[in-house]
Design a protein around this ligand. Structure first.
Ligand code: SF4
Ligand SMILES: [Zn+2]
Ligand SMILES: [Zn+2]
Length: 306
């Protein structure tokens, strides 16, 4: 069924076809509704927005800017991590900076080179580790540490429904259920001053919807993907999931909806799990030392050995 007499540009999962204007309205309302439904953003926030220069995070920033204009007590600041991936992140950070300048949002950039002594490309030459493993550990570490330093009350990320489905399945496939207890639209098993809460306003938006929104708003200028993506476990799960969705439409929504029903039980099951703090840096850690410090030590040893 068409929304109006205008030419439709997208078919939603439920079968409805929307024109440009109605789609933008639908998408923005969906994000605002998600924020209200899961109580993601309070009336007063110093809200960090993690951006990469990609379609998800810039679409998110654009919508949150509208929200902060309606509610000036929500103060936005963007944060980006430069992992040091030649030919990729340098370009996307230029896009990110231009976009932030256009919106009048301050962007803070932190690099692996400054924080850990070398860019990711170089780390991968001296350590035998999967790119996304070390990259993800250092990124999460820096985002949390720098969010605290910048005084963020929350950090919003551009994770969409597809991203969440992928990680739910990855945790299932790897029997890592405790990690799933830390998922959901608001991240963190328990509130802790050492951990800046993370919120995902695009939680119920599919990749297709975000891509369409980004395209219609001129955000999606050049398609730019990390060269390490193809080597990742996540990419295999993503392709499998997309294949399944094409054969059985609605699969992704079913995964999220069933997950949201079980999430309260999961959170309650692990609510007493002890949170440790790294003896070296004080950041949250699974054991005595956080994974970022463990990898930083390995890098130091490898550098000495060269
Ligand atoms: S795809 Fe992997 S290596 Fe590339 S930015 Fe993402 S986590 Fe880092
Ligand atoms: Zn319409
Ligand atoms: Zn540490």
């Amino acid at each position: 069924m068409n929304c109006c007499n205008e030419k439709p540009i997208i078919s939603l999962e439920a079968g409805q076809k929307l024109c440009k204007g109605h789609f933008i309205e639908y998408f923005e309302n969906k994000v605002f509704k998600t924020i209200r439904q899961f109580n993601l953003i309070d009336k007063e926030e110093i809200l960090g927005v993690a951006i990469s220069g990609g379609k998800d995070s810039l679409s998110l920033l654009s919508i949150l800017k509208k929200l902060s204009e309606q509610n000036p007590k929500v103060i936005l600041t963007a944060i980006a991590i430069n992992e040091g991936i030649g030919g990729y992140r340098d370009k996307s950070l230029i896009t990110a900076q231009k976009f932030c300048d256009k919106l009048g949002v301050k962007l803070n950039v932190y690099s692996y080179e400054n924080e850990f002594g070398m860019p990711l490309d170089q780390m991968l030459k001296i350590l035998d580790v999967k790119p996304c493993t070390i990259c993800g550990i250092f990124r999460r570490y820096l985002l949390n540490k720098k969010s605290k330093e910048l005084g963020f009350t929350k950090l919003a990320t551009g994770h969409n429904l597809d991203d969440e489905c992928q990680i739910i399945l990855m945790n299932q496939f790897k029997n890592n259920i405790q990690a799933s207890a830390r998922l959901g639209p608001k991240v963190g098993i328990k509130e802790n001053p050492n951990f800046v809460p993370r919120v995902k306003p695009l939680y119920l938006c599919t990749e297709k919807e975000v891509t369409t929104y980004a395209f219609l708003n001129g955000i999606l200028d050049v398609f730019n993907e990390c060269p390490n993506v193809a080597k990742s476990y996540r990419a295999q799960v993503r392709d499998m999931l997309n294949d399944f969705e094409a054969k059985f439409p609605g699969t992704k929504y079913s995964i999220i909806n069933s997950f949201l029903q079980t999430l309260p039980d999961l959170k309650s099951r692990f609510k007493n799990a002890k949170v440790n703090f790294c003896k070296s840096c004080g950041e949250p850690a699974a054991k005595d030392k956080c994974n970022a410090c463990k990898y930083a030590d390995k890098l130091e040893k490898a550098k000495i050995a060269i």
